[in-house]
Write a protein that binds this ligand. Structure first.
Ligand SMILES: Cc1cc2nc3c(=O)[nH]c(=O)nc-3n(C[C@H](O)[C@H](O)[C@H](O)COP(=O)(O)O)c2cc1C
Length: 201
């Protein structure tokens, strides 16, 4: 049973409503961090080609502020190529233990280089090496080839020169609609009176 859904269709939502929805999302994410066995920042990202052929995959949410939802990827990947051609995207968070789901639709914008640089610099060394070594969405020639690339970039990292590759960056999904769903258990209010309709709509 869906207990609470808040839908904010483009054109009908006010900026204030969207800020409240983003606040509620961050609260649910914090609560999921305490409850879920899997990483609650895991989300499904759906994209589509210009002719509407869809595709979906898991990615990790790396930031959510009042401007939207940020993830990082290889810019040669299928998802990045599709988003550059068609910025419409959908995200889905599934927090099974809490019986909560959040569905988001919006437009993906590439991050500015400075923001991606700052995030890349904060990543653990192995993740930075992985970003250089991985040719995402391309068939892996052989494991040996991948290991050789990892060894090569580990050696470069050891000299302290592993800046963000130009082919790796992030996108921010700016939401036009956020739908909150809560299932099962006792009815509980899941947001401010304005942000969420507990009766479900
Ligand atoms: C739990 C999980 C988290 C993932 N997070 C990311 C991520 O943040 N960025 C990314 O590019 N790929 C991530 N991946 C890999 C993608 O799901 C996907 O296989 C890869 O990015 C290629 O996708 P594409 O060819 O559709 O672009 C993740 C996979 C899993 C299972």
């Amino acid at each position: 049973m869906t207990l609470a859904v808040r839908s904010l269709p483009e054109g009908e939502s006010t900026a204030l409503e969207m800020l409240q929805a983003l606040q509620l999302f961050r609260r649910w994410l914090r609560e999921a961090e305490a409850e879920e066995c899997h990483d609650p920042a895991t989300m499904v990202l759906a994209t589509a080609t210009c002719d509407g052929t869809p595709s979906a995959r898991m990615v990790l949410l790396k930031d959510c502020n009042d401007r939207g939802f940020v993830f990082y990827t290889n810019l040669g990947s299928r998802k990045a190529q599709e988003l550059r051609a068609n910025p419409q995207a959908a995200l889905l968070f599934d927090w099974a233990k809490a019986g909560r789901r959040v569905e988001i639709a919006g437009r993906a914008e590439p991050l500015r280089a400075q923001e991606a640089d700052a995030y890349f610099a904060r990543r653990p060394a192995l993740s930075r090496i992985g970003a250089w070594a991985s040719r995402q969405s391309e068939p892996l020639g052989s494991r040996l080839h991948l290991w050789l690339r990892i060894a090569r970039f580990t050696a470069i990292w050891a000299t302290g020169r592993l800046a963000r590759p130009k082919f790796w960056s992030g996108f921010r999904v700016i939401p036009s609609e956020i739908r909150f769903q809560e299932q099962g258990g006792p009815v509980r209010l899941v947001g401010t009176d304005d942000a969420v309709n507990p009766a479900g709509t």
